[in-house]
Write a protein of this length. Sequence first.
Lengths: 81, 696
Amino acid sequence: MVEALISDEAFIKGCAAIGAGLAVGLAGIGAGAGESGIGAAAVGAIAEDRGFLGLGLLFTVIPETIVIFGLVISFILMFAY
Amino acid sequence: MLKPEKMVKVAVVGSKGKLSLASEILYRMNLLHIESPSETEDFKIGTPSEKAGQISRSLLQLRSYISYLKLDPGKISVKRKFSKREIEEKLSKKLSEYQEEIGRRLEELKKINDTLKSLEAERSTIEPLKVLGVPPNLLKGYRTIKCFVGFVKADPVEEVRKITSDFDLIIKNFEDQLVLALFVKTEHAGEVYRVLQGFGYKEIAVPDVDYETRISEISRMEEELNERRKKLEVEIEELKVKEADLILAIEEYLSSEVEKAELPLKTLVSKHTFVIVGYIPAKNAESFKKELEAKNLVVEQLSFEEHEMPPTKLNNPGFTKNFEVLSKTYAIPKYKEIDPTVLMAIFFPLFFGLMLGDMGYGFLILLTSLYLKTIFKTEGWQKLLNIGLACGLTSIFFGFIYGEFFGPFVIPGSENPNEVHFIGDTLAALYAFNHGHPIFDRVEEFGVKALLFIVLMIGMFKMLWGFSMGFYNVYVEHGFKEAILEKGCWIFGVLGLVFLIFGFSYNLGIFTSPPPGGFGEILPKNLFVYGNTVMEAKAVPLPIPGLVDGWQAGLNYFYLATLPLIVIWLVIFLKAEIPKMGIFGAIMAVELLTWFGQIISYARLLAIGLSSVYIAFVVNYLSLKIGLEPGMAILPLAVVIMLIGHFGNFLLGILDPGLQSLRLHYVEFFTKFFEGGGKEYSPFGRVKKFIEDGGE
């Protein structure tokens, strides 16, 4: 049925777009889960010592790399197909 | 620059009687970083001079006033400086004056606050009784009747009736609770009490006063006390304004006296002589020696051994000094290490601008920093705001390149700039350059692709650079062989990764196709080992034999160069790790993947920026659609959306690029070469703020 409605090329393009979305979205969920723990700990540390603010913020963004990986994958998917 | 300042180790020696003179001179010079000494048979650590105890008592008292008055020496700009002589003359008089004027008032304030609190507590017991309306003499003093007076959560009458019918209950609403007076015969008292407890009974102690008169009395007293308190606070505030400079000057004087008096604790003394060992910057060595020798003290230059660690005095010129706060947050470099502050000063604003890249936000950051600079005068703030200035400037620069002013004003596919930006036409005309602007458009496909490649190039470059500097650091400390084993092998490994990424990009056509597919034909099209074409290679960007059919088509010379580099890396790596960890060392080779991840991590330079561009774009587009014809034409709503949207994006635009830029340095760059763990140079002495220089 599908073959009758859309071309192969369009089908691949669509799948690539879905894949790209999943790559960013799932990576975002993962990074969020990672950051939640660090963020809570950082807030605790900052409550004890205000001077920790800078370092705490920094620790919190460390898992964000994972989203960047997802983003790069999505770029490659979008560019390659 | 790039290296902490050179230090020399010196010993100051003199006869014991001259120790206090030496401490005066050393304190004034503010140069000698004193090492805590260890005792020997003949040389013991000295004892602080006698006056130390008394001075520190006065200091402690003064500091307690300072903390009550909330005087922060860091936040107060100096209006008048005092000479040391003036302070010495006034010292004892002023100290007793402060005790009288400030200490007495503070004590009185404390007393008033205590009284107010107890009055408040009393009022809170009388008021419910007043609501109850039973005079105190009727609430107590019975012999056969027990009277419960207090708060309950609900009316207990039903439960009490189950115990006895012979009782009397008065119950009234008071705020969100009930207040009751319950009279029962003493023989039922125990049971009734248990019932009341079930209703959350809280007893009120009934005082022997007339409610009305006592409450009005309390109110009158409270009024009087509050008035007195206000008066005292005004007086203290007046004193604070008048005396702030002098108080802080005296504090400065006393703390310097304490430090001087405690110098013997860092000094080795024998029967007749003393020795102070410490470090001074090499450039000051001559003058240091001359000045002390003029007072008949001996200065001996010592050589320090390999394992000794002199203090680190960061030595960064001019503007780059502002960035020391950022690199010091990570660690203080060891004396022999490379100090990365200058690199930070170059790359931090650059990365920030590369990410934010918007003229409008850049101007806002610039103006905010300039404005805050006139308000927050302390050194720390000024440095931070100078960093803000640099970041604002780079944002404007990159904003000009990207063609963005509070969002992009030319969007590919849209003919009319006014559709996507509130002053799109004007901006497009201003920067047109015959339609050559934006110079580099990161909103359209080619821009994203090119920028992705550029930021990865930056990543690879910084990765290799970081390892090279790590190589240098290890080479200086442990020699060439160690350096190759520890850092050199990674240079080969990362170089292999670089060729891998280039090979992949080449297969995608980045170097061979015209825009928007790539950068144009900057490399020949025939770099394929099996003589394939670009079109064929595009199907197999990553040629892995056995995994991908027709992998031969994708094999280019970049991939070919990757192979030996990885092999060299692996050989050196195994040579370094296997003796240390045995066969498990080989597993450690997966670490190469970490470096690959860190190169890819530089893609955030593109990603953070893109998110901010699109937020700005959406805000503009939305508000234009809402505000103008042929949209909804509700202009006020559009303005509100635009202001809130851009303000939020602006805040994100400071926070995120700032943090991510910092992170790219700390995690991806510093870890390659920067160990830190040095101790900061803190010379004996102090920079005077409230006391005049000289005159000693």
